[in-house]
Ligand binder design. Structure first.
Ligand code: ATP
Ligand code: MG
Length: 212
């Protein structure tokens, strides 16, 4: 048990498919972590991203977790979350928050979402539970605030928005354009080692000399 006068832990959850994780995710994560003075910010790897089912083939969860773990390994306060993978099945933030609340009694939980995800918060499974269990944090672009559900007390954090997406990175990998500086070298290494994204046929040449 923590001492009575200990401040409650502040834990953020930043969920995603992370297929692969990129600098947009990392810049967001470190800035939100800093702005809210979180003890930890967990990049929570979705097991089965139900919103994306049927749209494309998703890299196995264990590989996505390995990439996120590589991305945050040396970053203080950022963690790779395997809770949803261990739980198996569909990933719902409401369930993940319940697990974290059990693991860390008294902790203050924060659910961090990008502006695209924030606009659709009411479509989430048991959205009311997410809102009741955590403070909602929306990552805004400077000068371009997103319109949000006014019944929710959002925390807005402005983060320099980098126009990077996992979709673009997968396309780059498959047609051989460089990915350098769009994701970390450690993540590139995991992609190469595990043969993700069709590495064998199309591995791009990296400025960083990875794989040479
Ligand atoms: P995909 O292109 O496959 O949809 P993605 O790049 O959008 O991937 P996700 O794993 O879907 O990445 O996103 C996880 C979270 O990160 C979401 O809340 C999303 O809004 C946010 N996010 C995605 N890209 C960026 C970015 N460039 N900057 C800040 N946040 C981002
Ligand atoms: Mg996305």
């Amino acid at each position: 048990m923590p001492p009575i006068d200990a401040k409650p832990l502040r834990i953020g959850v930043f969920g995603g498919t992370f297929d692969p994780p990129h600098v947009g995710h990392l810049v967001t994560a470190v800035n939100v972590r800093h702005a809210l003075a979180l003890d930890s910010l967990i990049l929570m790897v979705a097991n089965v991203p139900w919103q994306k089912l049927g749209t494309r083939s998703i890299t196995p969860a264990a590989d996505r977790l390995a990439m996120v773990a590589a991305a945050v390994e040396d970053v203080p306060h950022l963690k790779a979350g395997d809770h949803e993978i261990r739980a198996g099945g569909h990933s719902f933030t409401a369930d993940t928050l319940a697990t974290l609340a059990d693991d860390h009694p008294g902790a203050e939980l924060f659910t961090v979402v990008g502006d695209d995800a924030a606009a659709g918060i009411r479509t989430w499974e048991r959205a009311d539970e997410v809102i009741a269990r955590s403070r909602l944090v929306v990552v805004d672009r400077p000068g371009d605030p997103v319109e949000l559900d006014e019944d929710i007390e959002w925390i807005r954090v402005e983060v320099p928005r980098l126009e990077v997406s996992s979709t673009d990175l997968r396309a780059r990998w498959s047609d051989g354009r460089p990915l350098d500086y769009l994701l970390t070298e450690d993540v590139l290494r995991v992609i190469a080692e595990r043969g993700l994204y069709g590495t064998d046929d199309h591995a791009p040449e990296h400025v960083t000399g990875l794989g040479s």
